[in-house]
Design a protein around this ligand. Structure first.
Ligand SMILES: [Zn+2]
Length: 122
């Protein structure tokens, strides 16, 4: 009997767009870190995941090696972007993001609530 290999459905690179960008300030809306606000350190668009400063911290037990002492290392693990919302400083909360074009043709992201332009600091 033949088995059809299940194709993993990963979006193609041009489809792998994220509402979140590196440098964004985001709010966690679900999970154990719900309510936390942090800066996006890294985004993995194809996996729809992002690493956020201070969010989803995991403890890794490192064995001592000749180069390091070992022990418990805490580092942020990737979190699914659906658990994140971009933080709007004007609304003081996580908001949905819209897009608009400025007069000079630049594409910007705006807060859908108050219309404030939200740009990633970098
Ligand atoms: Zn806003």
């Amino acid at each position: 009997m033949l088995f059809k290999r299940a194709k993993r459905k990963l979006p193609k690179p041009h489809e792998a767009k994220c509402h979140i960008r590196k440098g964004d300030k985001v709010v966690v809306i679900a999970g154990k870190d719900k309510g936390k606000i942090g800066k996006v350190l890294q985004v993995f668009p194809r996996k729809q995941r992002a690493i956020v400063e201070g969010v989803n911290i995991v403890k890794r037990h490192m064995k001592p090696t000749p180069y390091s002492e070992g022990g418990i290392v805490e580092k942020p693990a990737p979190i699914h972007v659906s658990n994140l919302m971009v933080f709007c400083p004007k609304c003081n909360r996580g908001v949905r993001i819209g897009r608009k074009f400025l007069e000079d043709g630049t594409k910007v992201r705006v807060c859908k609530k108050c219309g404030e332009i939200i740009e990633a600091e970098e």
